[in-house]
Write a new protein. Structure first.
Length: 290
């Protein structure tokens, strides 16, 4: 069972565990496993400090997060990782000010109250997803990732880099080669969440692109959704660009729009993408019900 460590972390700024849980359950690249009916989040992940399996229970107590981690590794580092992948280590007290400057973001905040970007447990998992999802549908990539986790993971946690590096996988194109490169980079510490977050965002993006198989789009995914940088504007996300046009108009200046999002450009972008996905799912559901 391992040791356990309980921490109560005061969250600065708006936060709702319920909203984050609702979003994360539908996040196809790294959806939460089946959850209990209580208000907590239960998950298993790999610590990107020592690659030990960690079980975590996250709950909300007023404005604070209660985090209980269990495992055999460095539990202090695992707790820090939880706060990072839940975006709870970010001072969000200025996030409502973005709504005052931008009515579209104000509406997004009303529809996703207290939402903070979450999803990938580590930059390593985000990088693996970036490889798996290249040139295939998200549904296909999610199926492959689920199979990898079931067959080679640690009881619900994604396979450790040392395991992934040795797998001879029958995957399209150069995916296996690129996954091996991601595993090597993780073992070398290049995909440590704490290390990436300590870098300027531009340096983090550049270093991720030095890993074989990871281009600009993948680097943004790893930095924004893996290391959870709060203020990086995606420049290679076509669906976000389409959503900006839909919400602000074709003649709107993207530079001036996104400047108003600082210092939470990542958060604003994820909010718009999350609502776009919800809208898409509602349209698809309506078509099926006809």
């Amino acid at each position: 069972m391992g040791k356990s460590l309980e921490t109560v972390h005061d969250v600065d700024g708006p936060w709702s565990l319920a909203t984050s849980k609702r979003f994360w359950e539908g996040f196809a690249p790294s959806a939460l496993a089946a959850q209990d009916e209580d208000a907590s989040i239960h998950a298993a992940f790999l610590s990107d400090t020592d690659w030990q399996r960690i079980d975590v229970v996250i709950s909300q107590v007023d404005d604070a997060a209660r985090v209980v981690v269990t495992g055999d590794g460095d539990l202090d580092a695992a707790t820090t990782q939880v706060l990072r992948f839940m975006s709870l280590d970010i001072d969000g007290r200025g996030w409502p000010d973005v709504a005052d400057r931008d009515s579209v973001i104000a509406d997004a905040q009303r529809r996703l109250p207290g939402f903070r970007p979450c999803g990938f447990f580590s930059p390593y998992e985000a990088a693996a997803w970036a490889v798996l999802s290249q040139r295939i549908s998200m549904r296909q990539a999610a199926t492959i990732k689920s199979r990898l986790t079931q067959e080679h993971g640690d009881d619900g946690a994604f396979p450790a880099p040392a395991v992934l590096r040795e797998l001879d996988l029958n995957l399209p194109g150069r995916k296996t080669e690129y996954l091996h490169a991601v595993a090597e980079a993780a073992l070398d510490g290049a995909l440590s969440g704490s290390r990436l977050r300590a870098l300027p965002a531009e340096d983090a993006l550049r270093e991720v692109q030095e890993i074989k198989g990871l281009g600009p789009f993948a680097a943004e995914l790893v930095v924004i959704r893996g290391a959870n940088f709060p203020d990086v504007l995606p420049k290679n996300e076509e669906r976000l660009s389409d959503e900006i046009v839909q919400q602000y108009g074709a003649d709107a200046s993207v530079a001036s729009i996104t400047e108003a999002w600082r210092p939470y450009r990542s958060w604003a972008a994820v909010h718009l993408r999350a609502l776009r996905e919800e809208r898409t799912h509602e349209i698809e559901r309506g078509r099926r019900e006809r």
